[in-house]
Design a protein around this ligand. Structure first.
Ligand code: GLA
Length: 727
């Protein structure tokens, strides 16, 4: 519920468990007065003290009052150059060379439903859902720059979304150099900043740091959200744990350069900011023109990290992912990449599919190498015509052979890229990002297409359509295998080159949106050398994303754990691969690989023909089992039972149905020890009043949660799985 209280000039957003409040003060500055546990009413600005502080300047309206300073007051969206020296929300170059933005309240309105953003992914309201939207208009009187703050509130998930729309109502151009989507001020100092760091093959490793005075920044300037940092961050009480304490999670619905900053100020207040990274960002707003900054989604929980995760999981599944695949069970797939790399032909693909179909696998995905002269990663990207030496007759006959096995057919694509050794590059060398007179910077021997240009988007779309129409294709894996460099567009004037990073992302979104509209049943799996673009922006178009190229089950425990802080299990592409693992050379039992992969969008990534009969039977059992539990994994609540980054003997997790009548527990043993200690696994999320059957025995939900289940003694890397049902 969003309410305006006239007497106090406060606007309050209430969700089931949280309250968020702002206040229009006497000079029209929009103050942020509260975000935290749900509290009934009141003007929370009474918590804000005002003292005469040295070196905190006063706006002209303050007159002789030295206690009124933007430097000390919590702001809803921070101005710049007028006395607030903390992280600004906005920065620009005005036509007279000044940089000042002084935002004051103009008006606000509240509507039922959820606002939408043109050309950008955003959370949406489902039918009959009680969303409300708030629009607050601020203006910088001198430049005529208008800032519309948009808020969507969905009480059920304690979700508050934010976005910012700017319009130049002045008579001279304004150049934006920084536009944050989110600014959050807290009057407290005892907060930790939680981020997801990592690297290729080690995506989303949680980092928790106590805030000390100064600015703590994470972000990406790679053109994609990146393996190294993720556009999800959290602030939490210093004492917060997995299960308790106040936590504020924030996810940017964006797939390009981003910045997240947490600042502990001189007066020990905390400010969080999140938005497009200002690195090489400069957006020219002509008079009358508008700019929309991406959405940020915030959730609050008093139930620790787990509470934040479960709220975000529900919101992402129900209000961000779209299309039939958000609810329908996704096909259990097999992908040939780790089995064959570039070296395959139609018969090889069919032979993998044949064996897979016998054990119940439902879709064959042909990975990189099916087009152009793509026999290695030096050439071919950009030429989306079928390599007929490998696939005589094209995709149609192959898809038919797969179809005859009762399987669907899926395909890998990497539309944003080009190799210099390709027909496309020879015809259009200026279509790739490169700075004139400078040597090219290559990544995986490839260049990036300039998707800020309409004709290039058109070329990509035409090629995608031609491919999708040439055969019965149920799925595409949309890959992106390098970071952006040399970002310069041949058709943009010099003073607008600062728009290209963002226009590139808008180009990706435009193509994905068109494909989503024209092929509504197509399942898209996002990918970026594994999980280098795993973010809420991509999930709007692709309800699952290849979590990592690292398929080692033990390493995956960490990757899936970190990913689960924000993203639901249904979004994590997760496959059983061969041993020894290609990246780590570790051998993990097939059962364990199955248990770990079943905690996501499940599939296989190996040549099943190389398995023994007994192993194939085990695969058959895994496939059958996943069919029975997919709804728990995809739609249930996720509980982390431990932390695989700690030196604990095992890692466990569980999925619990919304009505708490069923659950699935996975346990994987880490490094083995002689004479091991017997462990008890304390479960979570069950109904303490109900009885459950575990392994044929009856336990109270309370016993399972508070006393725990005795685990068998497990060998190194061994796993157990418990299917739990209420009676
Ligand atoms: C990326 C992906 C892999 C595979 C290769 C193909 O690395 O993450 O899964 O598709 O590209 O080149």
């Amino acid at each position: 519920m969003i309410t305006f209280h006239k007497e106090t000039n406060t606007i309050t957003l209430q969700t089931q468990a949280s309250t968020y409040q702002m206040k229009i003060d006497a000079t029209g500055v929009l103050l942020h007065t509260y975000y935290g546990p749900h509290i009934r009413g009141g003007d929370h600005s009474r918590r804000i003290g005002r003292e005469d502080r040295g070196f905190s300047p006063n706006p002209s309206e303050a007159g002789l009052d030295r206690t009124y300073s933007l430097d000390t007051l919590p702001q809803e969206y921070a101005s710049s150059g007028v006395g607030d020296f903390r992280i600004p929300s906005i920065e620009c170059d005005c036509s007279d060379g000044s940089h000042t933005v002084d935002l004051r309240y103009v008006r606000h309105s509240v509507d039922r439903g959820k606002y939408s953003l043109e050309g950008l992914p955003a959370f949406y309201a489902g039918e009959d859902e009680d969303w409300e939207s708030l629009r607050v208009l601020l203006r910088d009187v001198c430049s005529g720059l208008e800032v519309e703050l948009l808020y969507g509130a969905f009480p059920r998930y304690d979700l508050i979304t934010r976005a910012v729309r700017l319009r130049n109502r002045g008579t001279a151009p304004v150049e934006l150099t920084r536009v944050m989507s989110l600014c959050l001020d807290f009057p407290t100092l005892d907060l930790d900043f939680v981020t997801l760091g990592g690297a290729y093959g080690r995506e989303r490793e949680p980092v928790r740091m106590p805030l000390t005075q100064g600015v703590h920044s994470v972000g990406s300037v790679r053109g994609s959200s990146s393996h190294q940092q993720n556009p999800f961050v959290m602030l939490c009480d210093r004492a917060a744990t997995e299960d308790s304490g106040c936590c504020w999670g924030a996810a940017l619905v964006y797939s390009g350069n981003f910045l997240a900053q947490a600042e502990l100020t001189q007066f020990h207040n905390t400010r969080l900011a999140m938005g497009i990274h200002p690195f090489h960002f400069r957006w020219r707003l002509e008079p009358g023109a508008a700019f929309t900054a991406p959405e940020a989604a915030m959730v609050f929980s008093r139930e620790g990290f787990g509470g934040v995760s479960r709220r975000l999981h529900r919101a992402i599944r129900n209000n961000l992912c779209r299309g039939p695949w958000k609810e329908e069970r996704r096909p259990i797939l097999i992908n040939n990449w780790e089995a064959t790399m570039f070296h395959f032909d139609a018969d090889k693909i069919v032979s993998i599919a044949e064996t897979a179909s016998k054990v119940g696998v439902e879709m064959m995905v042909m990975d990189d190498g099916w087009f152009g002269e793509r026999n290695d990663d030096f050439r071919g990207l950009g030429d989306w015509d079928v390599n007929e030496t490998k696939l005589p007759g094209g995709l149609g006959p192959l898809a038919e052979r797969i179809g005859a096995l009762g399987m669907k057919f899926g395909l890998w694509v990497e539309p944003e890229m080009v190799n210099e050794d390709s027909k496309l590059y020879r015809a259009h060398p200026d279509w790739a990002f490169q700075v004139p007179r400078r040597p090219k910077t290559r990544g995986r021997h490839q260049l990036v297409l300039d998707l800020s240009r309409q004709e290039i988007r058109k070329y990509i779309l035409e090629n995608l359509r031609a491919t999708l129409n040439s055969a019965d294709i149920a799925y595409i894996k949309w890959d992106m295998n390098r970071s952006l460099t040399d970002v310069w567009s041949a058709t943009m004037p010099a003073h607008r080159q600062g728009e290209i990073y963002h226009r590139f992302v808008l180009g990706v979104y435009e193509i994905l949106e068109t494909i989503h509209r024209e092929y509504p049943n197509l399942l898209i799996e996002g990918c970026c050398g594994g999980g280098g673009r795993f973010d809420c922006g991509m999930l709007y178009y692709a309800p699952q994303i290849w979590c990592s190229d690292n398929t080692d089950a033990i390493e995956r425990l960490r990757i899936q754990y970190g990913t689960s802080l924000c993203y639901p299990c249904s979004t994590m592409g997760s496959h059983v691969s061969a041993v020894p693992n290609g990246l780590t050379h570790r051998c993990v039992p097939l059962h364990t690989r199955g248990v770990v992969a079943q905690a996501g969008a499940f599939g296989y990534e190996l040549d099943l023909n190389e398995l023994t009969g007994a192993e194939l039977e085990e695969v058959g059992r895994q496939v059958d089992h996943f069919r029975r539990i997919w709804d728990l994994v995809a739609l249930g609540d996720y509980y982390r039972l431990g932390d695989p980054f700690q030196e604990e003997p095992f890692y466990a997790w569980m999925h619990v149905s919304e009505d708490r009548s069923r659950a699935l527990v996975g346990v994987v043993m880490g490094v083995g020890h002689a004479n091991p200690i017997r462990r008890h696994l304390k479960m979570k999320g069950l109904d303490p009043q109900r009885d459950y059957v575990v392994n044929g025995e009856v336990y109270g939900g309370d016993a399972l949660m508070y006393a725990g289940l005795a685990l068998p003694v497990l060998d190194e890397y061994e796993a157990v799985q418990y299917d739990i049902e209420a009676i």
